[in-house]
Design a protein around this ligand. Structure first.
Ligand SMILES: [Zn+2]
Ligand SMILES: [Zn+2]
Length: 894
């Protein structure tokens, strides 16, 4: 069996550990120190400040298996993913790093030894590339690796020179390429030219490892000076090397991705390899399920804002491809389980987050299904309406309508049109942009917020602002008010220099006491007052990653950019938020003690007057368990334990047993909130000084939200007292009605219920007795017809069962004879008939009912001795019953 992806990852890390490297865990996909970077996209991201010399670590050599996401940007167009053997949104990057320690010689030695020794790749299938004038590297490949000169290619700046940015560390690279074989298609050759080997875009020579020699520092004028301590940064895509080691020509055929394709095969009942377009869809789903699982685990949620927006695009693209495979019901959430099976061993955080991920994905699928159905129907209408159009060119205005009123993503619309053979030319996109701009203008005039159209414009402006402005300072752990300066104001996706009374704008300050919504805790409200005007802070949240934004309604005068203002937080509301946040931590800890440590937070809302906590738990929670949880929380409230927040290193925090929670973006320095020995969580929220301030903790409800996920709603402090007060009032009122003390209610109610049961039984007995005596009367009214006792009667208000029960009594009483009963009840007519066995040769009950039922507008039938029917016309019931003697008369006398 070829080496599995997991073995490869481990072999790589073990090799470098043996060679003096510290194995560092993968950093989260949301970069902690770089607010302008969308997602962690390479192994070096977490070491950026070390390379820049701004930070030092207690190691000089490191190795990582880094989770990476690349989505968007010119090098990784989302649309390519799934269409090729190697594009991914999510992938793992293996890398070794030297921070001013070893340089080119050892980097090449390690690389060669690992590939040819440890992994056993044949030397004659490997070639190296170096930067044009990097003679050192060229010579080292000869001496260290023993490569002949014709197996070392010199390439230009485009391929083999790396820079961190326009300025800063940079240097030449060297790549190792593996020969997959000349049977692999090559575009150059198909165009009648020669394959360029390792320099070619084709897959015949596959780049497997890139070594970056950080050698220079480039200044603003472009001048490069040698770094005093050159460094090494390398990267090898795990999926690629796995494909090489497993002899597969596509990454999707390796054990890192194949189980996902199989999963989609099972769900869709389609076979991979049968149809090219279906294969694309399966690869798209396999790739995007990985990205969604890891991004949600690291705290990104699908939304219309920046990172959330990118995640939403990825998820929605997978969902659309699911539909192309006939998967009309939510399915992606199920595929995430296989992601956890494959990668949970290397990344335990996805195991912990499993149910939270599945829930979030499922919700997004349900959400999207609606938008997609609406939008697809609109596109179909459009295609039909414009079927005769020459050129088949989509109008930008229509794309805008789709997006604006139906929430249908433009990139998806574009794909749908292109799949249908239509084109979306640049002019259409310009028209779309113009409509968007007009919409922004309208939004600005109307100062509206939160609409779907705010999404893309907002994403763009905050991307710019996060790059231009300093990160606002948050003072709200200790201060409730502060002087500050307005750095920028935004409305309708545009920057404003001034906002007037009546307008609503998003305000960015250099410092603020207001907490921006995160980690489940709602944003603060408050006030902002300047020399020429003031406004109400209606909400506070993050935009563009780490930009704290206040939504402010200007209530008087004007607010201006660069103005000095006083900002304050509404303290009563904040106090409520603190009560419920600390209460949430106590609840989380109590749940883990009472139900078990498998309980993991799946979602959380901290509001000023209540809290909601979703958690993974595979079964219903018993009332007695809820009571125990509540008691345990209240015990810790009464003990008045001091709440101590502290900043520390992530590793130290995790070692101390802190639970890493959903929504918290953690870097190397994290905030840990500890409540005695009872609870330790990574948390950026605002908390009480001591638990006693909670006063009382009360669970209001407990139930299921999704399979394996339960939800508890609870209240604390004043809200808890209010809740108890309301319950007590209801109790007192009930007791008042019964004129007893409240505590006697359960006993008394039980007694009343017992009495009611007794009474109901008596009533039924009585009814049975009445029916019996009625039957007696009826039996006496039987008439002789053609020598047969015949009873035909109407008993309104009885259903079929009631009629049959009366009929049974009558049969006993009469012995030989014919009985026909009819009843009208609630607009329905019921007929029953019985004929004693001695008469069934002559008269059949079934026939009688068959004759009668049509009169009441229905039908019926049955056995010769017993039959039933019905209808809807009660006005002719008497007539139907009167028919019975006539029908029997016809059969003649005995
Ligand atoms: Zn080629
Ligand atoms: Zn918290």
């Amino acid at each position: 069996m070829a080496m599995t992806g997991s073995e490869l990852r481990q072999r790589f890390l073990d090799y470098f550990a043996r060679h003096g490297h510290t194995v560092v865990r993968s950093s989260p996909l949301v970069p902690a120190h770089d607010p302008t970077l969308l997602f962690t996209n390479a192994g070096m991201v977490q070491f950026k400040s070390v390379f820049l010399g701004e930070e030092s670590r207690d190691y000089k050599r490191a190795a990582t298996a880094q989770k990476c996401v690349r989505a968007g940007g010119k090098h990784n167009d989302l649309e390519n993913v799934g269409r090729t053997a190697r594009h991914h949104t999510f992938f793992e990057m293996l890398g070794n790093f030297s921070f001013g320690d070893y340089f080119k010689e050892d980097a090449i030695k390690f690389c060669w030894e690992l590939l040819t020794g440890e992994l056993g790749l044949p030397k004659d299938r490997l070639k190296a590339t170096v930067f044009t004038d990097d003679d050192d590297a060229f010579a080292l490949w000869k001496t260290v690796a023993g490569l002949s000169g014709d197996r070392i290619l010199r390439l230009g700046e485009k391929d083999n020179f790396w820079a961190m940015g326009d300025t800063g560390p940079c240097g030449p690279c060297s790549e190792v390429h593996f020969h997959q074989g000349d049977h692999i298609p090559c575009a150059e050759e198909q165009a009648g030219r020669k394959c360029l080997g390792p320099a070619c875009d084709c897959d015949r020579w596959l780049e497997i490892w890139n070594l970056v020699f950080m050698q220079f520092n480039r200044d603003a004028s472009g001048k490069m000076t040698p770094l005093p301590k050159p460094s090494i940064d390398t990267g090898m895509g795990l999926e690629r090397i796995a494909a090489v080691m497993q002899g597969k020509s596509s990454n999707y055929d390796t054990d890192l991705l194949w189980p996902l394709i199989s999963h989609v095969e099972r769900l869709s009942a389609k076979r991979y390899g049968a149809e090219a377009e279906h294969d694309v869809s399966m690869r798209v789903i396999a790739d995007h399920a990985r990205a969604a699982t890891f991004l949600i685990t690291d705290g990104v949620m699908p939304s219309n804002e920046w990172r959330g927006y990118v995640l939403r695009r990825i998820m929605r693209r997978a969902m659309r491809h699911g539909r192309m495979l006939g998967l009309m019901e939510p399915f992606l959430w199920d595929v995430t389980k296989t992601v956890v099976e494959i990668l949970g061993g290397a990344y335990p955080e996805i195991v912990e987050a499993q149910s939270r991920v599945a829930t979030a994905v499922r919700q997004e699928e349900e959400h999207f299904a609606e938008a997609l159905d609406r939008g697809t129907a609109k596109i179909r209408d459009y295609l039909e309406l414009h079927a005769k159009d020459a050129g088949k060119i989509v109008a930008g205005k229509f794309l805008f309508t789709l997006y604006d009123t139906h929430g249908f993503p433009t990139d998806l619309a574009k794909e749908v049109f292109e799949d249908a053979g239509w084109s979306v030319p640049p002019e259409a996109m310009q028209q779309f942009e113009a409509e968007m701009e007009a919409q922004r203008e309208r939004a600005r005039a109307g100062a509206s917020f939160g609409g779907a159209t705010d999404g893309e414009a907002s994403v763009e402006i905050y991307r710019q602002l996060s790059a231009q402005l300093p990160k606002p300072e948050f003072l709200g752990y200790t201060q409730m008010a502060t002087p500050a300066r307005i750095l920028a104001m935004v409305a309708g996706g545009r920057r404003l220099t001034e906002a007037d009374q009546g307008q609503t704008v998003e305000v960015i300050l250099d410092r603020t006491p207001a907490y921006a919504e995160s980690g489940g805790q709602m944003g603060d409200t408050g006030a902002i007052i300047g020399r020429d005007g003031q406004g109400v802070i209606e909400d506070t949240y993050y935009r563009g990653g780490q930009m704290i934004v206040h939504r402010v309604r200007v209530t008087g005068g004007h607010l201006r950019e660069n103005q000095e203002v006083a900002v304050s937080v509404e303290s009563r509301r904040r106090q409520g938020l603190k009560l419920h946040h600390t209460g949430t931590h106590l609840l989380h800890a109590a749940l883990r003690r009472i139900l078990g440590t498998h309980v993991a937070q799946a979602g959380s809302l901290v509001a000023p007057d209540h809290l909601r906590f979703d958690f993974s738990h595979g079964m219903a929670v018993k009332d007695s368990e809820v009571a125990k949880v509540e008691d345990l929380v209240n015990e810790h409230v009464q003990a008045n334990i001091v709440v101590t927040p502290a900043e520390m290193d992530l590793d130290a925090a995790l070692q101390s047993g802190a639970m890493a929670l959903f929504g918290e973006k953690y870097g190397d320095r994290v905030r840990v909130v500890r409540i005695g020995d009872f609870s330790t969580e990574l948390c950026g929220g605002t908390h009480l000084d001591a638990t006693g301030q909670i006063g009382l903790f009360k669970v209001v409800s407990e139930g299921a939200v999704a399979s394996g996920v339960r939800r508890i709603e609870a209240v604390t402090g004043e809200a808890a007292l209010r809740h108890v007060g309301q319950e007590e009032a209801a109790l007192r009122e009930s007791a008042g009605l019964l004129k007893i003390p409240p505590l006697e209610l359960p006993q008394r109610l039980q007694k009343l219920l017992d009495e009611q049961k007794q009474l109901e039984k008596q009533l039924r007995d009585l009814e049975a007795r009445v029916a019996k005596s009625r039957a007696q009367e009826l039996a006496a009214s039987a008439k002789m017809v053609a020598g047969v006792p015949v009873l035909s009667a109407r008993l309104d208000g009885l259903d079929a069962e009631g009629l049959r029960s009366v009929m049974d009594t009558l049969r006993e009483r009469m012995g030989s004879g014919v009985i026909c009963l009819g009843s009208s009840m609630d607009g329905k007519v019921t007929l029953v008939a019985s004929v004693s066995k001695d008469l069934t040769k002559r008269i059949q009950a079934g026939k009688l009912v068959q004759e009668m039922a049509p009169l009441v507008g229905g039908k019926g039938g049955g056995r010769p001795d017993l039959a039933q029917g019905g209808g809807t016309d009660a006005s002719r019931l008497d007539e139907a019953l009167a028919r019975v003697p006539v029908l029997i008369e016809r059969t003649g006398a005995v």
